[in-house]
Design a protein. Structure first.
Length: 116
């Protein structure tokens, strides 16, 4: 089984909670599964996932429906991978970084003082 790695980047103006759920659903509907995810305050989200190459078209469609605009490099990388990996046996490991475009302040986490 061949393996490939994609690094995708996008931006959205939608609320981060909604986009996060939609992107999780997109990965799942494309036949993939999430390995890890990290939030960077309310500014960005990074999701690492694995999916079969046959799911790349579905992933791109669902991410677009979720109102995440992928940058030109990411779109070109997806097109190239779809063309080069036509078999279902190719497993794709990918990361999707989403930047949230809004005017909200950073989230502040209250860290309680630890006695000692």
């Amino acid at each position: 089984m061949k393996r490939q790695f994609l690094m995708l980047e996008g931006v959205t103006k939608r609320a981060r909670h909604e986009v996060t759920l939609d992107v999780r659903d997109a990965i799942s509907s494309a036949g993939g599964w999430i390995i890890d995810q990290n939030f960077f305050s309310n500014i960005a989200l990074a999701i690492r996932f694995v999916l079969p190459s046959r799911g790349l078209d579905e992933l791109q469609r669902c991410v677009t429906v979720a109102a995440v605009s992928l940058d030109d490099r990411s779109l070109a990388m997806l097109r190239q991978t779809i063309e080069v990996s036509p078999t279902a046996e190719t497993e794709i490991t990918a990361s999707l970084s989403i930047t949230f475009s809004h005017n909200e302040p950073d989230l502040r986490q209250e860290i309680p003082a630890v006695p000692g």
